[in-house]
Design a protein around this ligand. Structure first.
Ligand code: C2E
Ligand code: MG
Ligand code: MG
Length: 507
């Protein structure tokens, strides 16, 4: 039939095919056109080869090349690749990253005494725990033995990156510190289990862009890891001494703060709040830390940290209790019974599920008059569920407690929120008061806050008033309540009524 078979052109490639049972499989396909002698294509010949097996073998090879066979984590090769990609991404986005090297303390002993099968079982569990602690954009890899690497991406700048890296490292360290239940039957023993404890030493180095290459980064993480080992294990070290110093200071602050709460090292100072004639109408309670080595420490140095570690909860409660006890004491003293105390309440503290109950309990135990208590909140409160904030404030308001909006003008200053919150007072932030006489913008803001208060029926108090000129300007524009060094600095309760009082009258 065919005069001759002339094959002209062959196409081959991989296509997806379907088996009779409906299953899809990859098929290697070759199609050849067959022409008659006169050049007209008469047939196509196709061959199909099922390459499922080959594909699986290729995948297997790829997996073996890039993943650790024991833990299924990326191996050293893939880790290096990811690290290079991370550096490139960091250069493109300007974000920081961290390379962390984990070494398990005493793994060798476990391996030597209980055997490799038990050691393997342990490493698989370690890998799973590490993976559960990181985000999707991060990488955990096993370098071999008991060495693991974590690459963190998309961190914030500088010190923040160090703190973020530290917190992930601490989280992983915590997970690794939990007891392990090892199956000893693997070691050929009886079918029994044994609880095992493990600590880890961690070296951390930060990166940004291609400032430092991959090899150097690994060396740095390694150096830091050996420093962690030398420092007594179960610990972490940064390569960069500056980062290490910052993290150490924070860690010391944290330990000290915890001790301080236990050992009652806190004191409340009170700063007068006065009316237009300079008469003291109340005080703001300001927290001070009587540190055994550092002396009197101001809140700017520890409030943020207390918030971050939730220590603000017991601390805030202590402040509230101490202020309420003071109110109850003044209630029985002629000339002091009408004084208000303003207490700062942090966002974290306010959002605790039982905050309202806590306040009620403190009022009940101290016997303080809720109408003399003023809670100072900031606009950051409104970052959360506004309905919940309004509901809580309303419950406290119903008890007679007043609210002041602190640092007003530095946050959102949304009129919508202002109208919805049951506030009694706006506090003009001291940053506007400071330059009210020399900066036209600050003067305009101060005047606007006063006008806003008047139109919403809210009292307005200016904080940080230091000079008669500032006071007179604010008075002229309708502000008749002040707080600031001009009228008295924060001091212990008894001092409030001695020399400071005399100075206030002169003002
Ligand atoms: P704040 O509530 O805005 O308190 C006013 C701050 O301004 C106080 O600083 C006060 O000492 C200072 N100040 C008052 N008058 C003047 C002045 O004329 N000139 C200048 N330059 N400063 C003045 P302090 O005591 O260092 O407190 C800082 C912040 O720490 C407070 O700002 C408040 O946000 C927070 N804080 C203080 N005590 C507590 C507390 O018990 N709980 C919470 N959550 N935060 C607190
Ligand atoms: Mg305040
Ligand atoms: Mg303030």
């Amino acid at each position: 039939m065919w005069d001759a078979i002339v094959s002209t052109g062959t196409w081959s490639g991989e296509i997806w095919n379907r088996r009779k049972n409906g299953e899809i499989f990859p098929a290697w396909t070759t199609i050849t056109a067959v022409r008659r002698r006169d050049g007209v294509v008469s047939h196509y010949v196709g061959t199909f080869t099922d390459i499922t097996q080959r594909r699986a073998a290729e995948d297997e090879i790829r997996h073996l090349a890039f993943y650790d066979a024991l833990t299924q984590l990326p191996n050293r090769r893939l880790m290096l690749d990811r690290l290079r990609q991370a550096l490139t991404a960091s250069a493109r986005h300007g974000r920081h990253g961290a390379l962390m090297l984990f070494d398990l303390d005493d793994f060798k002993t476990l391996n030597d005494t209980l055997g490799h099968d038990v050691g393997d079982q342990f490493l698989i569990e370690v890998a799973a725990r590490m993976e559960s602690c990181i985000r999707e954009c991060d990488t955990v890899a096993r370098l071999g033995g008991d060495e693991f690497v974590v690459i963190l991406e998309e961190l914030d700048a500088g010190l923040l990156a160090a703190m973020q890296a530290e917190s992930v490292a601490v989280k992983i360290q915590g997970a690794l510190n939990q007891p392990y239940l090892l199956d000893l039957s693997l070691a050929g023993g009886e079918a029994n289990t044994r609880s095992y404890h493990c600590t880890s030493s961690i070296g951390i180095t930060l990166f940004r862009g291609h400032d430092v290459d991959v090899d150097e980064l690994l060396k740095r993480a390694d150096t830091a890891m050996y420093q962690a080992k030398a420092a007594g294990r179960n610990t972490l070290r940064f390569f960069d001494p500056q980062m290490q110093a910052a993290v150490s200071v924070r860690a010391t602050l944290d330990t000290d703060l915890r001790a301080a709460i236990g050992e009652s090292q806190f004191v409340l100072h009170y700063q007068p709040q006065v009316d237009g004639s300079g008469r003291m109408t109340g005080v703001e309670a300001l927290l001070r830390w009587q540190h055994p080595r550092r002396g009197l420490v101001m809140p700017a140095e520890f409030i943020d940290q207390a918030e971050a570690t939730r220590l603000i909860m017991p601390l805030g409660r202590w402040v509230l209790e101490t202020a309420c006890r003071q109110l109850a004491e003044w209630a029985g003293q002629a000339g002091r019974e009408g004084l208000d105390i303003a207490v700062n309440v942090s966002g974290r503290q306010f959002h605790q599920a039982d905050f309202v109950d806590q306040v009620k309990a403190v009022l009940a135990t101290t016997g303080a008059d809720p109408r003399r208590l003023k809670l100072e909140v900031t606009e950051s409160l409104l970052l959360h569920d506004i309905e919940d904030v309004v509901a809580r404030m309303a419950q406290l308001r119903a008890l007679g407690i007043n609210f002041a909006l602190d640092d007003f003008g530095t946050g959102y200053s949304s009129l919508y929120y202002l109208k919805r919150l049951p506030l009694a007072q706006l506090k003009i932030d001291q940053s506007f008061v400071r330059d009210v006489l020399i900066d036209a913008n600050d003067a305009a803001i101060a005047r606007t806050v006063i006008a806003l208060g008047q139109s919403l029926g809210l009292a307005v108090i200016a904080e940080g008033v230091e000079t008669p000129g500032q006071r007179d300007f604010l008075k002229l524009h309708g502000c008749h309540a002040f707080q600031g060094n001009l009228f008295g600095v924060a001091c212990g309760a008894e001092k409030l009524f001695s020399e400071a009082a005399a100075e206030r009258r002169d003002g």
